[in-house]
Ligand binder design. Sequence first.
Ligand code: GUN
Ligand code: ZN
Length: 454
Amino acid sequence: MSASPPLPAHGPFSLRARLVTPLDGGGHRWEPDARVEVDARGRIATVAAWSDGDDGAAIDVRPWVVMPGLVDLHAHLPQIPNVGRGAGLDLLTWLDRYIFPLERGFDRSTAERLAPAAFRAMAAAGTTTVVLYGAVFEDSLDAAFAAAEEHGIRAVLGKVMMDRLRYDPSLADADVLAASLRQSADLIARWHGRDGGRLRYAVTPRFAVSCTADMLRESVALATATGAYWQTHLAEDADEIAEVTRLFPDAADYTDVYDRAGGLGPRSILAHAVHLSDREVARLAESGSHVAHCPTSNLFLASGAMPLARYLDAGLSIGLGSDVAAGPDLSLLAVMRAGAYTQNGRRAMLGDREPPLGPLDWLRLGTLAGARVLGLGDVIGSVEAGKEADLVCVDPSTTEPLTGLAEVAVDPTDEAADLVSRLIFRAQRDTVRAAWVRGRLLPAGQAGTAPTDA
Ligand code: GUN
Ligand code: ZN
């Protein structure tokens, strides 16, 4: 592992580093020796190949690599304490045994303790933008938003809405819908768009099993009226889908349940979408809806192997989600790894014919594609001049098999793809060495350890 150079806490600064990034116009950029300048407002001012006359004031972090910050489109903040527990269960059993009891206890003081550590752990994993579900309690969302505001991460949060199969006994069934809408609206008024749009709100009906048609429809109306995002779960697991069919007998399929509520469109993020008919894929694509692909979770709960290539060919907009805690790892590099293994498994066992995604395709899904899902493709997601400086530095030496062996390795045929391939398949806890949002260094550390000072 290379020694840590001093890292700038905020712009303006200039880095000398290796660089790999997807590009807005398609393809990627690889610079073995680059200059990346961030201005005082936290924007990327310059991205250029290093030239010998360049300013010596640049901080030389080579052999580290600058990349865009990772965008996690789907995770559950209150569930983090249970990551990795409950292996072998199906979704609905796991929710009942491991998740609803945990979320029931997610009050303000629990959120105040957990959220700051969670955001530091996300930054340590290279996540600079995260879309999170909270629990049903309004004040725990205030605490989570306050922690995100303080930490510096870019965050979209939402209070979970449930008016059946719910875990909060404090309200009568008849009062839940109105209270949940009012609380969501109040949170939107306080937090949506805060800090120049760094913090945003997603109206969050949990899924069709936990929400009546009234709640789905009213939640869409609230999101539409306020410009907030709308997020829920879709077609994750066979038993869940059977339950939705039972609860909504008039709907053509699971996607149609949300369509009838007005829930499809460019502000909608649907997690999982493992089991979709061609009709559903076409309708999602046509409506401009987005899918958060969560392969670690889909493998952990044996939900299924999403046909990613088929969906991409159909023009569906897709980014990546860790889905903690059903996904056991906050790291989007781990999510990319599980996604790649899943696609290989489909090719090997189901005979999928589409060409496999390469490492740089996975990097794009975890960065620029995620930014586009959020309507932020012109703001973040790639290291290009004019964008806000949401960046990470990774240390590729942490991914080497044996220290010192690199010198005898064969020359790579594609240096960028090989580097990112190693990052995806061999990322370690210390692979990400720094993360910035708008040029501000994020405090980072594994939960329970002291944050670095920023
Ligand atoms: N579907 C409804 N709620 C959840 C959840 O908390 N996790 C997952 N993976 N799927 C869900
Ligand atoms: Zn989820």
